[in-house]
Design a binder for this molecule. Structure first.
Ligand SMILES: NC(=O)c1ccc[n+]([C@@H]2O[C@H](COP(=O)([O-])OP(=O)(O)OC[C@H]3O[C@@H](n4cnc5c(N)ncnc54)[C@H](OP(=O)(O)O)[C@@H]3O)[C@@H](O)[C@H]2O)c1
Length: 276
C-alpha cells in the first residue's frame, strides 16, 4: 500500500468555525474520541494553535484550512484542499450574528451572514454528502439555534438564517438517510462564546451554557437524534413553545429576552419597543 492510499483511508471530521467557541469545543470532543480533524475558519494562526494543541494532547492527525466561507473562493479552497480525503463527519458550525435595530444594521453584513450561515452549509454539504452517499456512510451536523423556531426581533435576519438551516437539514435528513448519511441539527440556546460576548445576562434568570457542554452533549446524540437541544431550560422552552404557546407569543417572548440581554449594546429608542 502506498503512503497516499494509507492516507486516503484515514477518516476525517471537518469542523467549520473551529478557531473558537462551540466549533473549537466540537474539535476537542472529536479529538478525545481519536478522530482526525480538519479545522476550518479565517484566522490561520488561531487554527494552527488549536491544531498543535489537539495533536499534542490527543495524538490525532489534524489539518488546517484558512478560508472565508462566506465567499465562493473560501468554499473552493476547502473543496480543493480536501480532495481525495475521506470526510466521514461534517460539522457545519461556522456562523455569525448581527444584532440590533434592523434599520441600523448594514445590509452587506446581513447578506454575509446569509452567505456564511446558509449558503456555506448548503455548498459544503452538497459536496461532502455526495462523497458520503457514494461510500454509503457519513454524519453531518448542522448548527442551528433555539431562535430558529420563530421570528425574533433585534436578530431577525440571524434567526431567519437559523430557520433556513433547520428546515433545510430536516428535509435533507429524510432524503439522505436511505443513502447511509445521518443528518442531525443542533439547536443550542445562549452559549458562552464570542458570539454572545456583547450580551449581558445579569438582569435575566437565563445563564449561557458552556461551549464544552454544548459540544459534548450534541456529539453524543449525533446520528441518533434529529434535533438536539442542549440544556434543560432550552429543552423546556422548546417544548412549551411548541405545545402551549403560539408562534406569535414565542416571537414576542424571545424579543423581550433579546431586548434585555442587548440593553447595554443598544441605545434604546422607541423603535426598539417590542410590540405586545
Ligand atoms: N453562542 C451562542 O449563544 C449560540 C447559540 C445558538 C447557536 N449558535 C451557533 O453556534 C455556531 C458557533 O458559534 P459560536 O457561538 O461558537 O461563535 P464564535 O465564538 O463567534 O465562533 C464562530 C466561529 O466561526 C468562524 N467564522 C466566522 N466567520 C467566518 C467566515 N466568514 N468564514 C469561516 N469561518 C468563520 C470563527 O472563526 P474566524 O473568526 O477565525 O473565521 C469562529 O471559529 C454558530 O453557527 C452560531 O450561530 C451560537
Amino acid at each position: 500500500m502506498t503512503h497516499n492510499q494509507a492516507h486516503n483511508r484515514q477518516s476525517w471530521a471537518l469542523v467549520t468555525g473551529a478557531s473558537g467557541g462551540i466549533g473549537l469545543a466540537y474539535s476537542e470532543e472529536l479529538a478525545k474520541k481519536h478522530q482526525a480533524i480538519i479545522l476550518v475558519a479565517r484566522n490561520e494562526s488561531k487554527l494552527e494553535e488549536v491544531s498543535g494543541q489537539l495533536r499534542n494532547q490527543y495524538g490525532v492527525p489534524t489539518k488546517v484550512i484558512a478560508a472565508d466561507l462566506s465567499t465562493p473562493e473560501g468554499i473552493n479552497k476547502v473543496i480543493q484542499q480536501t480532495q481525495g480525503l475521506n470526510i466521514s463527519t461534517l460539522i457545519n458550525n461556522a456562523g455569525k450574528e448581527e444584532s440590533g435595530n434592523f434599520l441600523d444594521l448594514a445590509p452587506e453584513d446581513m447578506l454575509s451572514s446569509i452567505a456564511l450561515n446558509c449558503s456555506a452549509s448548503l455548498l459544503l454539504t452538497h459536496h461532502f454528502a455526495n462523497e458520503m452517499a457514494n461510500r454509503g456512510a457519513g454524519n453531518i451536523l448542522f448548527v442551528s439555534s433555539i431562535v430558529a423556531f420563530q421570528g425574533v426581533p433585534l436578530i431577525a435576519n440571524y434567526a431567519a438564517t437559523k430557520s433556513y438551516v433547520l428546515t433545510f437539514a430536516e428535509g435533507l435528513a429524510l432524503e439522505m438517510a436511505p443513502k447511509g448519511v445521518n443528518i442531525s441539527i443542533a439547536a443550542p440556546g445562549f452559549t458562552n462564546t464570542n458570539l454572545a460576548a456583547e450580551m449581558d445576562f445579569s438582569s435575566t434568570p437565563i445563564k449561557p451554557l458552556e461551549a464544552e457542554y454544548v459540544a459534548r452533549y450534541t456529539l453524543d446524540k449525533l446520528g441518533k437524534k434529529r434535533i438536539i437541544i442542549p440544556g434543560f431550560i432550552n429543552k423546556l422552552l422548546f417544548v412549551l413553545g411548541k405545545r402551549l404557546q403560539s408562534r406569535a407569543f414565542n416571537s414576542r417572548a424571545f424579543g423581550q429576552v433579546f431586548k434585555t440581554v442587548l440593553k447595554k449594546k443598544l441605545t434604546l429608542e422607541k423603535s426598539t419597543e417590542v410590540p405586545s
